[in-house]
Design a binder for this molecule. Structure first.
Ligand code: PLP
Length: 430
């Protein structure tokens, strides 16, 4: 398999774009490789500029639940494009998409659209602060909520502590209101509330997908909700990744815990840049122009992006049963790979939620970021590069989640498992 043209394109990009990429994880640096430049996607497949074809388990990091070039989404976008790219004025599609999301999420009475997950979370935090009149927020080590300043706080040892920025350029003053707690550890959350009486909200990925796939325990989420209620704080579920992927009715429908605010992204835009945040009417009423909390966007609710999201969610709602089909495939994939790994003396921890799957090369169950960090990064890097050569495109970081689309067939899953047998044998013989 030659990747010469990709390599050349990457070198050229590096001259002009920092690191050659417009989002760091694409750089393949954590698996020691160089990125493939993609020429097109079709259904479950990606084709790179050298003409190599891969079964795609990344799907643009989540949005493409119907695979590449889904007909309904593609024609909705083309029709919208023909009516104009952007108006900076309301369109019916925004209300239609809002109505669809509200019908799917019990916890959402009203919703606002933005253009990315980062923006959705950043705005939701401001809203929570504006609603409660408080400054501090609690976030969990290993949860990613986009790259806004107050959420770019590093994991540290996992001990509960006031956060330090994890990136130069983020003033410590901006993160001093971010308290860190340990995922699935309620005592660490209680400690935050002992340390501060000024907590506006707890933000959590209820199904974490940014430390690999690590779902929160149901009881843990229930306790988070009651701590919030007891202390007058809000509970935010960041479902930018898990929304519409784990369940079409949100993590609240799986876990039984209803958040005060939900943030969404990825699938909600059908592959176009859309984010959203929504919640109870009394909270959303605080948003400008109805209320005093300012939030805005030139391209928010963009008509082309709304058309893509509307087509994707309409299709998903009509085919709600599809998530259990995708889950069966995801489960078969990780169970199959786990069994093959085991015969080669390699232990894998696996999990799935709807169309999301995760695996760790780890001897012990993974319940939080520290556990995830104990996984074998070398085996993962080797697995990643060899699976790529076999024609299977997995996320290039062991801290990412995999995705199944409706275009991913049972046959592709079986082929992936067969390829993993060869790869695990090679890894164990190395
Ligand atoms: N929140 C979660 C849970 C995410 O997974 C991501 C991105 O992967 C974000 C927020 C940020 O979204 P975006 O990359 O669209 O800004």
């Amino acid at each position: 398999m030659s990747t010469e043209i990709s390599l050349k394109a990457f070198k050229q990009a590096q001259e002009l774009i920092p690191g050659g990429v417009n989002s760091p994880v694409r750089a393949f640096s954590s698996v020691g490789g160089t990125p493939l430049f993609i020429s097109e996607g079709n259904g479950a497949y990606l084709t790179d500029v050298d003409g190599n074809k891969y079964v795609d388990f990344v799907q643009s990091w989540g949005p493409l639940i119907f695979g590449h070039r889904d007909e309904a989404i593609e024609s909705a976008v083309i029709n919208a494009v023909k009516r104009g790219l952007s108006f900076g004025a309301p369109t019916q599609a925004e209300t239609d998409l809002a109505s669809l999301v509200v019908s799917m999420f019990d916890s959402i009475d009203k919703i606002r659209f933005v253009s990315s997950g980062t923006e959705a979370v950043m705005s939701a935090i401001r809203l929570a602060r504006g609603f409660t009149g408080r400054d501090d927020i609690v976030k969990f080590t290993g949860c990613y909520h986009g790259h806004s300043d107050c959420l770019l706080v590093e994991a540290g040892s996992g001990a509960v502590t006031f956060g330090n920025p994890s990136s130069p350029g983020v003033p410590a003053d901006f993160t001093k209101h971010t308290l860190l707690a340990t995922y699935n550890d309620i005592e660490s959350v209680k400690k935050c509330f002992e340390d501060s009486s000024d907590i506006a909200c707890i933000i959590i990925e209820p199904i974490a997908g940014n430390m690999g796939l690590v779902p929160a325990d149901k009881e843990f989420l229930r306790e988070l909700k009651s701590i919030c209620q007891a202390n007058g704080a809000l509970l935010i579920f960041d479902e930018v990744m898990s929304g519409f992927r784990a369940s079409i009715n949100g993590a609240e429908s799986i876990t039984g815990t209803k958040p005060d605010i939900v943030t969404l992204g990825k699938v909600i835009g059908g592959g176009m840049p859309v984010g959203a945040f929504g919640g109870r009417a009394e909270i959303m009423a605080k948003l400008s122009p109805e209320g005093p909390v300012y939030q805005a966007g030139t391209l928010s609710g963009n008509p082309v992006a709304m058309a893509a999201g509307l087509a994707a969610l309409t299709k998903l709602k009509k085919n709600a049963q599809v998530l259990s089909v995708l889950n069966a495939r995801a489960t078969r994939l990780v169970q199959g790979m786990q069994a093959e790994a085991r015969t080669c003396g390699i232990t894998m921890q696996i999990d799935t939620r709807g169309s999301m799957f995760g695996f760790f090369f780890n001897d012990n169950p993974v319940k939080n970021f520290a556990d995830a960090c104990n996984s074998d990064a070398k085996i993962f890097a080797s697995f990643h590069s060899q699976m790529l050569k076999e024609g299977f495109y997995f996320a290039c970081s062991l801290y990412e989640t995999g995705f199944i689309s409706t275009a991913t067939t049972d046959e592709m899953i079986e082929d992936t498992i067969k390829a993993s047998t060869r790869v695990f044998k090679a890894i164990s013989n190395a």
